[in-house]
Design a binder for this molecule. Structure first.
Ligand code: 13P
Length: 323
């Protein structure tokens, strides 16, 4: 862990012109927030309190939880137990998807009996042909696969993998291809620790940078449920250090506000934003209570039976928010 300002800093920004738009403005006007003021501070002044969005009991967004198995398990003989964890989930009030390792997608993709979706962890953007080592969206489509995950920080160059980092431009190309082929997409973003240590404005600048290339695609999206943003702070992935509910809520709200201004208030209200990073059965209930957290992208805990409890936690939290 680096020293310094800590995670919730909100220190002066290096962002040239961040502007948050408030869709809850009672007069329906778009209202810019001063650039040195974090969204949480802004809300606190308005009476939003504690960095949380004003209460929005009916988001209309169906919760969604994904299990990213990453490069696990080693042996295919361990797959049935992992499949059982997914099949144990109650999907009646929550979408569930699972990202098996590329080698295992073809083994397990017809094993889910509760409507859980299979979402490969990557794809190419050229279709079938002479692309050694790639997974074509076209192949996924032919297998009946409905979702694909892209942009994970482990593919964006984090954790020192000696493979070329995937750029924002490449990921936008992949997203366009996925949607064009009729699949849906989980699009991952998130900041590394040194950026978090510079405060929320720096975090939001990084999130915007990771989203900017896909804004034209989002503007053309008629069904807003087809893209899910997975916000996964890199410093929380696999570390056991979860973002606090307030940190996660503040960032999710900031992402939503940015999408409101850069795409449309309708898309921002509809699009689902998942939290990822050391999510587990113990911390899921409190994170689920945050109004802008619509689900989780789970790594380590998706390899355990507790995954079903995470699904149950967000389903319960959002169901109780409706009444
Ligand atoms: P952990 O839940 O193991 O921190 O992993 C999160 C993640 O990277 C999911 O994509």
């Amino acid at each position: 862990m680096h020293g310094g300002k800590g995670f919730g800093g909100g220190e002066a920004t290096r962002d040239p012109a961040p502007t948050y738009i408030n869709p809850n403005d009672p007069k329906g006007k778009q209202q810019a927030i001063h650039k040195a003021e974090s969204f949480a501070e802004y809300l606190a002044k308005r009476g939003g309190g504690g960095g949380a969005m004003p209460s929005r009991p009916t988001s209309g967004r169906r919760p969604i939880v994904g299990g990213n198995w990453k490069c696990n398990p080693a042996s295919p003989y361990d797959l049935p137990a992992l499949v059982a964890n997914i099949n144990a989930c109650d999907t009646s009030s929550c979408d569930v998807y699972v990202c098996p390792s590329p080698l295992h997608v073809g083994i397990v993709y017809q094993s889910f009996n509760n409507g859980a979706y299979v979402a490969p962890q990557n794809c190419n953007f050229k279709g079938c042909g002479a692309f050694t080592g790639e997974m074509a969206v076209d192949q996924m489509e032919a297998m009946g696969i409905k979702w694909c995950l892209i942009g994970h920080s482990e593919r964006r160059g984090e954790f020192g993998l000696p493979t070329p980092a995937e750029s924002n431009a490449l990921l936008a190309t992949k997203l366009a291809y996925i949607l064009d082929k009729g699949l849906n997409c989980i699009f991952c973003i998130g900041e590394p620790l040194p950026i978090r240590e510079n405060g929320i404005d720096a975090v939001m600048a990084e999130c915007r940078a990771q989203l900017n290339e896909i804004l034209p695609i989002l503007r053309g999206l008629s069904d807003h449920s087809r893209v899910v943003i997975a916000y996964e702070p890199v410093w929380a992935i696999g570390t056991g250090v979860t973002a606090s509910p307030m940190q996660a809520q503040e960032t999710h709200a900031g992402i939503r506000q940015y999408l409101a201004s850069a795409v449309s208030p309708q898309l921002a209200a509809n699009i689902r934003i998942q939290y990822g990073g050391s999510a587990n059965a113990a911390n899921a209930p409190e994170l689920s209570a945050q109004p802008d957290i619509d689900g989780f992208l789970v790594g380590g805990a998706s390899l355990k039976p507790e995954f079903a409890q995470i699904v149950a936690a967000i389903a319960a939290a959002k169901a109780s928010a409706r009444f």
